[in-house]
Design a protein around this ligand. Structure first.
Ligand code: ZN
Length: 328
């Protein structure tokens, strides 16, 4: 009996923590097809969720290429949710933004404003080697949202490293050229994002080399770095890799959070000299988080560099088939 009385408060506290924790993160859902990629938040509240599905419905069955993504902030029960909609037609990308204010308590929704702009698909530095350094890395692109990431990097005039998927390059060649033009490094993230540990050496080699050849065809230079999809590594991958294998030591979990504030916090709270940060250039919240991360870390004395620059400035020689999570 004594043991039970002792346990009861602990059980209650655990339950309270569980409930509080559940309220903090909104579940992300994705509708994915050849023409569309739609990310949206699931509130587990039928009135709000129905409103969002109705709102998205006109984009779900359209013939145009569409990417819908979002970012949100919340103050207790009030959610400020922004939907970013990219609609591709010909050589234009229409970018439409809708802001919703959602009150979870009374299930009310206010759609506040709509802004609109278009992208056209056309198209030297000094480093203090004594300063603390950080390398931002972006996986799974390129896609239209990569332009937004590049906008912020160019605004602050800092480089990053993009581990590109070969299968996403067609139609986005101009993005690879833009990456190089603004001083970024392009790494290899395989062709089709398979869990490579399940495949034989021939298939692994094909997945890697196909992407390297595509990158070479566009920018005239082979990638110097490999990041296997999912960061999964085994002996076969190390043996086949003609590149150093770069993983990360800070995972932003941006694919899960879709909140620029949370993504920024995960970097700012953990960062140390020589760190490598994993992000994904395909998400709007990730692009927005850079507006928080970059000025904050610059004010703390960090210099942003590419992965190759990071190891160069830290006097470390990268070896093919070896795995690196940071530079120290
Ligand atoms: Zn990936």
């Amino acid at each position: 009996m004594k043991v039970r009385y002792f346990m009861l408060p602990l059980v209650i506290i655990s339950l309270i923590l569980l409930v509080l924790d559940r309220e903090k993160t909104i579940e992300n859902k994705t509708i994915f097809s050849e023409k569309q990629e739609i990310n949206y938040p699931f509130f587990n509240n039928s009135k709000i969720d129905n409103y969002i599905i109705n709102y998205l419905n006109e984009y779900i069955n359209t013939d145009e290429k569409t990417l819908i993504d979002y970012d949100y902030l919340n103050e207790e029960d009030i959610y400020y949710l922004t939907f970013y909609k990219y609609i591709i037609s010909g050589k234009k990308i229409k970018n439409n933004t809708d802001n919703l204010i959602i009150n979870i308590k009374d299930s009310s929704i206010n759609k506040t404003e709509e802004t609109f702009y278009e992208y056209d698909i056309i198209q030297n530095k000094v480093v203090n080697t004594k300063s603390k350094m950080i390398a931002l890395t972006f996986d799974d692109g390129p896609n239209y949202n990569t332009n937004k990431v590049l906008d912020v990097l160019e605004k602050y005039n800092i480089p990053a490293t993009f581990f590109v998927l070969g299968s996403k390059i067609k139609g986005n060649e101009y993005i690879l050229k833009r990456m190089v033009r603004s001083g970024n490094e392009i790494g290899n993230h395989t062709y089709s994002h398979l869990l490579l540990t399940k495949y034989d050496e021939d298939k692994i080699e094909e997945e890697i080399e196909r992407t390297s050849n595509l990158v070479f065809d566009i920018i005239g230079k082979y990638p110097n770095l490999l990041r296997p999809s999912y960061g999964s590594i085994n002996g076969k991958i190390k043996k086949v890799s003609n590149y150093p294998i770069i993983i990360w030591n800070i995972d932003t979990l941006d694919w899960k959070y879709h909140s620029s504030k949370k993504i920024a916090k995960r970097v700012i709270n953990k960062v140390k000299d020589g760190n490598i940060v994993l992000m994904h250039d395909i998400y709007s919240a990730t692009a927005n988080s850079l507006n928080i991360i970059i000025p904050e870390l610059q004010s703390k004395g960090y210099t942003f560099v590419t992965v190759s620059e990071l190891f160069y400035y830290k006097n470390m020689t990268l070896e093919n088939g070896k795995v690196y999570a940071n530079a120290k």
